[in-house]
Design a protein around this ligand. Structure first.
Ligand code: NCD
Length: 318
């Protein structure tokens, strides 16, 4: 059903495995709405969160997810340390590994850093975002939100708009939505498109009206200024005028199209603030709610495998 040791990306996940995570997440959505949210699924297990990049939603939801499932959760303040990639990262991994964690949740500014770390430890590793590479739990929580709102996760037209070049959210979403056979439209100025993106089976345009036409889902992305090493847009004002989502531009999408954003938002840059708060169109808060449930489901599935593998290894040793 979900034969994986780690969750490092959407790449490598098959459609039924994605469905397995989403189905289990539904049970956790219901559980999270109860007054007593506590379960014993991860009791006795140690979860360490290592965020080498800033995070609000992702870190908080991983921490809550672990606590609600009964794990011992520790969040390390990595930003404060002077740690860099390469040897130092591996040293940190080995140090933590010696403390016998069961689950490591890692966010890192370098693409590939989380995969490297996973190869050095003997616990389950979840990628909470690595550079421009992948952010699998974000794509899964987006998928759950879409599936609940649209009643299905296939044959939808999904427009992904904005800074695609610097976005791991876009990359993971393109992989997931493509795997589930949806039509994906990327809307961005050419400067904000990664090279080689045309090989991903997507339609590409720099015209919002054209790209939003008939869309069921409109996913807006933050301008990732921290990853830009030059001028990618003329000005924020000009960018909002051409690519910022407001009611007038949204009118080109389907009448019941939903508006999504992974957060944090730059209001008035990629999205109009009033539209972002419009509960008839925007599902941004629902995405946050789904985030906790999806992370509970992912850690639950990985922990089941971890326990089974350790038991099997122990038998082989005897
Ligand atoms: C995203 C990220 O960190 O990749 N945020 C998130 O996890 N909710 C998107 C972003 O930072 O713009």
């Amino acid at each position: 059903m979900f034969p994986h040791r780690h969750l490092l990306g959407i790449e490598g996940l098959k459609a039924p495995e994605i469905t397995t995570i989403l189905d289990l997440s539904e049970a956790y959505v219901a559980q999270n709405r109860k007054t007593n949210k506590h379960l014993d699924v991860l009791t006795g297990l140690t979860q360490i969160n290592m965020f080498f990049e800033n995070s609000t939603r992702t870190q908080a939801s991983f921490e809550l997810a672990g606590k609600r499932l009964g794990a011992d959760v520790m969040s390390m303040a990595m930003q404060a340390s002077s740690i860099k990639k390469g040897e130092t990262l591996i040293d940190t991994a080995l140090t933590l590994n010696a403390m016998h964690p069961d689950i490591l949740v890692v966010r890192h500014p370098n693409a590939g850093a989380v995969n490297l770390l996973a190869s050095k430890v003997n616990c389950s590793v979840l990628n909470a975002g690595d550079g421009r590479h992948e952010h699998p739990t974000q794509a899964l929580l987006d998928a759950l939100t879409i599936r609940r709102r649209k009643g299905r996760l296939h044959r939808l037209t999904v427009a992904i708009c904005g800074d695609i070049a610097h976005s791991r959210v876009a990359r993971s979403n393109i992989l997931l939505l493509g795997q589930m056979e949806n039509r994906i439209r990327l809307i961005a100025p050419p400067t904000l498109l990664p090279s080689g993106i045309d090989q991903f089976g997507v339609e590409i345009t720099d015209n919002m009206e054209e790209g939003l036409k008939g869309a069921d889902v409109v996913m807006m992305l933050r301008l990732q200024k921290e990853r830009m090493d030059g001028a990618f847009i003329p000005s924020e004002r000009e960018y909002f005028h051409r690519f910022g989502l407001d009611e007038a531009k949204l009118a080109h999408a389907k009448e019941d199209a939903i508006v999504m954003h992974p957060g944090p938002m730059n209001r008035g840059v990629e999205i109009d603030g009033t539209l972002a708060d419009d509960i008839n169109r925007s599902v941004i808060q629902e995405q946050v709610e789904m985030g906790v449930a999806v992370r509970m489901a992912a850690m639950d599935l990985l922990a089941r495998n971890l326990k089974a593998w350790r038991m099997r290894d122990a038998e082989v040793m005897v």
